[in-house]
Ligand binder design. Structure first.
Ligand code: NAP
Ligand code: GDD
Length: 325
């Protein structure tokens, strides 16, 4: 039985990846940090699975991850844990650097000492392209990060490549463009919109307050993207890949379509601009070129933008109707 170790298992991607690996017959170990109230909503349905084990530790604590890896001896390590919200990275830049940048080195050091034969996946991000130097963005597009989060991810990307080249480790960096689902955190714009639109439809709130409606993102479905992570670790050689849909849409388009799905005819009537949600430096346009992933991994997205908006809005309509007073 193959063994996989996932950091960030309580997050959106970690929960989908754990589900997928369990269905492939893996024994899955998930790193969780201590919190005063449990934070297992996304993995509640698999928590009692006989092949899932949670391990206590933190990306800030080198010893906890080295000891866990030494004991488990995993075949595959997926480093998904991070301070992943771009806006917060301006409020907590040092902490973001600790988790999202140096945390990667802690993971790589733990693998190098405890289980050097394990294959390592680093969750890199299209946010590294920031002020884009090329359209669409490929594996060879130069980086120009626009947030402390983006800068931290560039560090994580290069330290992964450096450990591959220095120590001959099987370490890959997946440059994933935005991917969403009903399990997305409420602070991210897609889930925020889908949830607000459902609440407006059900008469629970009047408006949705947003920042920049013009920003464009290449949005895919999270379940598709965790399959790409797994595929990258099944190759003969360690390599880095862009994972994207190849399409871009604005925040405004997402809002308009979500309103359509909910049957709200005039999206402008429910929208308010709030400068609190604008960013000190914006990433205006992201659009990835997933050709290399298609050719070498045989990976393709299965959910279109319109389907994604529908999945997310309908999920919120169902959830919000449940706890209607
Ligand atoms: P997410 O939902 O925010 O999940 C982040 C996970 O990291 C949570 O399980 C969180 O645990 C854990 N974590 C944070 N700090 C930690 C620490 N110090 N020690 C241990 N665990 C810690 O993020 P996601 O959307 O699933 O994204 C997964 C990864 O992919 C992240 O690295 C993100 O930056 C990257 N990424 C995401 C996207 C995207 O569009 N979703 C695109 C490109 C890259 P708690 O539950 O305890 O907070
Ligand atoms: N969150 C949020 N809230 N974003 C808003 C809002 C709002 O009210 N109004 C407009 N936006 C715009 C942001 O300015 C940004 O341009 C865009 O919506 C997307 O914001 P997020 O959903 O917060 O995602 P992100 O693109 O900044 O970051 C996500 O994708 C990255 C990959 O490119 C995160 O998942 C990162 O962890 C990931 O690396």
């Amino acid at each position: 039985m193959k063994k996989a170790f996932i950091t960030g298992i309580t997050g959106q991607d970690g929960s989908y990846l754990a589900e997928s690996l369990l269905s492939k017959g893996y024994k899955v170990y998930g790193l969780t940090r201590r919190t005063s109230t449990q934070n297992f909503q996304r993995i509640e349905h698999i928590i009692h699975h006989e092949n899932l084990e949670l391990v206590s530790g933190d990306l800030l604590d080198q010893h906890s991850i080295t000891v866990a890896l030494k004991e488990i001896q995993p075949d595959e390590v997926y480093n998904l844990a991070a301070q992943s919200f771009v806006k917060t990275s301006w409020d907590q830049p040092v902490l973001t650097g600790e988790f999202t940048a140096i945390g990667v080195t802690r993971m790589l050091e733990a693998v190098r000492f405890a289980c050097p034969e394990a294959r390592f996946y680093q969750a890199s991000s299209s946010e590294m392209f920031g002020k884009v130097q090329e359209v669409p963005q490929t594996e060879n597009t130069p980086f120009y990060p626009r947030s402390p989060y983006g800068v931290a991810k560039v560090y994580g990307h290069w330290i992964t490549i450096n450990y591959r080249e220095s120590f001959n480790m099987f370490a890959v960096s997946g440059i994933l463009f935005n991917h969403e689902s009903p399990r997305r955190g409420l602070e991210f714009v897609t889930r925020k919109i889908a949830n607000a639109v459902a609440r407006i439809k059900l008469g629970k709130q009047q408006f949705v307050e947003l920042g920049n409606l013009e920003a464009k993102r290449d949005w895919g479905f999270a379940k598709d993207y965790v399959e790409a992570m797994w595929l990258m670790l099944q190759q003969d050689h360690a390599d880095d890949f862009v994972i994207a849909t190849g399409e871009t849409h604005s925040v405004g388009e997402f809002l308009e379509l979500s309103c359509q799905v909910a049957g709200i005819s005039d999206w402008r009537s429910v929208y308010r601009h709030n400068p609190k949600y604008d960013r000190p430096a914006e990433v205006d346009l992201l659009i990835g070129d997933p050709s290399k992933a298609k050719q070498k991994l045989g990976w393709e997205p299965s959910v279109t933008f319109a389907e994604l908006v529908k999945i997310m809005t309908e999920a919120e309509l169902i959830e919000e109707a449940k706890d209607r007073d």
